[in-house]
Design a protein around this ligand. Structure first.
Ligand code: A3P
Length: 300
């Protein structure tokens, strides 16, 4: 199945609901039975992130690394959200992540999730699948999520910026608290060696270096020319122009409010936080982020 733009009569914005102690919306829980029972294969690669941490960027890099050479037409004909299905997403007759994943013809299959680590279908762990987790500093992550919620009806109403900030600190958004997400996956990495934990800020700083690390984790060795092509193709301006990666083919988003490929920067939070908000946020952050081994950069 594929995304059918004619079937996108989107109902009103969803409300948050409590799902096993995590805030969610029904779009991510309606298909839970099938999500939970999803049968992973040993060569599946799971791309896990808190929403707006750089999922699409890493998805595109992984897709190019695996299939860029062997099926170039894929790059110009299939949008990234179909090449890398969003497992728990359920928009009946428009997008059913589990079905898209089950019908993927590729090997490996690249699969995206935003789930908190404890909710991930157990077959991924049983099959010892490779997992790539991308984390982004809380402030920029929140700014990006705020603009995303403004522009898509499938997310709850974001409200104004100051109330959004309070909501973020309380973890009252789809997929729950950012703090639990990044910490939960960080802890998982200590016990599960097939997990590559990476940072958005490192990718912005040196995309080529981070692609090298990904390649060594995935056991890939692209040629110098191929790597150069990939590193160029995945730069923000190129992805923004590319209809297969910029989400312009999905009618659920209003780019007049905010584009999907918005800014792609580290430090945009400075254009949103007041001095007082920043102090309040930092104070709260210190209480929640106690593990000294997990450090984020809010500037580079
Ligand atoms: P901004 O809203 O800060 O611009 P996700 O794919 O997880 O939804 O994340 C979207 C965020 O990643 C957006 O952040 C988007 O611009 C950014 N992004 C996507 N591709 C990027 C790239 N090639 N370089 C830098 N940022 C990128």
């Amino acid at each position: 199945m594929s995304v059918d733009p004619d079937k996108t009569d989107i109902p009103p914005r969803p409300e948050l609901l409590d799902f096993h102690g995590v805030s969610m919306t029904h779009y991510f829980t309606d298909n839970w039975e099938n999500v939970q029972n999803f049968q992973a294969r040993p060569d599946d690669i799971l791309i896990a992130t808190f929403p707006k941490a750089g999922t699409t960027w890493v998805s595109y890099i992984l897709d190019l690394l695996h299939f860029g050479q062997i099926s170039p037409e894929r790059q110009t004909s299939i949008p990234i959200y179909e090449r890398v299905p969003f497992l728990e997403m359920m928009l009946p007759s428009v997008y059913i992540g589990v079905d898209l994943a089950n019908n993927l013809p590729t090997s490996p299959r690249l699969i995206k999730t935003h789930l908190q680590v404890q909710l991930v279908p157990k077959s991924f762990w049983e099959q010892n699948c490779k997992v790539v987790y991308v984390a982004r500093n809380a402030k920029d992550n929140m700014v990006s999520y705020f603009h995303f919620e403004r522009m898509t009806q499938v997310q709850p109403e974001p409200g104004d910026w100051s109330s959004y900030l309070q909501r973020f600190m309380k973890g009252k958004m789809a997929f729950g608290p950012w703090y639990d997400h990044v910490n939960g996956w960080w802890k998982k990495k200590q016990a599960y060696s097939n997990l590559h934990y990476m940072f958005y800020e490192d990718m912005v700083e040196d995309t080529g270096r981070e692609i090298d690390k990904l390649c060594s984790f995935l056991g890939l060795s692209p040629s110098v020319e191929e790597k150069k092509q990939i590193t160029g193709g995945v730069q923000f301006d190129n992805m923004k122009k590319n209809d297969m990666t910029n989400y312009s083919t999905i009618p659920l988003m209003d780019f007049k409010i905010s584009p999907f490929m918005r800014k792609g920067k580290v430090g945009d939070w400075k254009n949103h936080f007041t001095v007082a908000q920043n102090e309040e946020f930092d104070e709260d952050y210190k209480k929640k982020m106690k593990d000294p081994s997990l450090q984020f950069r809010t500037v580079i």
